[in-house]
Design a protein around this ligand. Sequence first.
Ligand code: ATP
Length: 211
Amino acid sequence: MLRVEEVDTYYGQIQALRAVSLEVGEGEIVAVIGPNGAGKTTLLNTISGLTPARSGRISFRGQLITSLSPEKIVRLGISHVPERRQVFASMSVLDNLVLGAYHRYGHDDRREIERDLEFVFEIFPRLKDRIKQAAGTLSGGEQQMLALGRGWMAKPKLLMMDEPSLGLAPLLVKEIFRVSGELRDRGTAILIVEQNARAVLELADRAYVME
Ligand code: ATP
């Protein structure tokens, strides 16, 4: 489904990724683990087009996406849940979720979008209780649920998550990983970056270690 081949990414003169290759198959959960500064976040940002690769190839379902813009990559079915959640703090929980589906309005049946919203509330009932609350006032764990829900609202074929366990209590980490397994069972492939190697290796089908 996703093939990353020999990718190099730079920040100005600084090379952050050196010849990185990786694959994600249909319906797989693939983990990327590695120490701080290895380039895990950069890898996800490169795949989603936020920090484009300087060389190498990235293809998604047979299409070359290396030089596409982030908004085109989202439309092809790759959704990115960024590190430290990055929800829209002054907007409500509901508006954050609806924004996740932004590119679907005008294409998809609205009822389908509403069904997906219901599904997010089903897996994270706490979000439903806080539907009108400003996202910036949610707890860290609730914000992570929201970021994951927002990512899901894009109806991705591949969901990329950057350190979803960061700063969460063990029970919440378990909850986030349980939901990840459920999304996979619904046919979404998942690429997940984690520091919490022990927990993520229990969830993942395969894993890569970045040096
Ligand atoms: P962590 O586990 O600490 O989040 P990571 O594996 O996700 O780390 P990255 O955030 O991808 O690592 O960083 C890879 C390297 O690129 C680091 O050396 C970092 O300092 C550098 N880097 C990241 N962003 C920038 C930037 N905007 N400008 C310059 N260098 C950067």
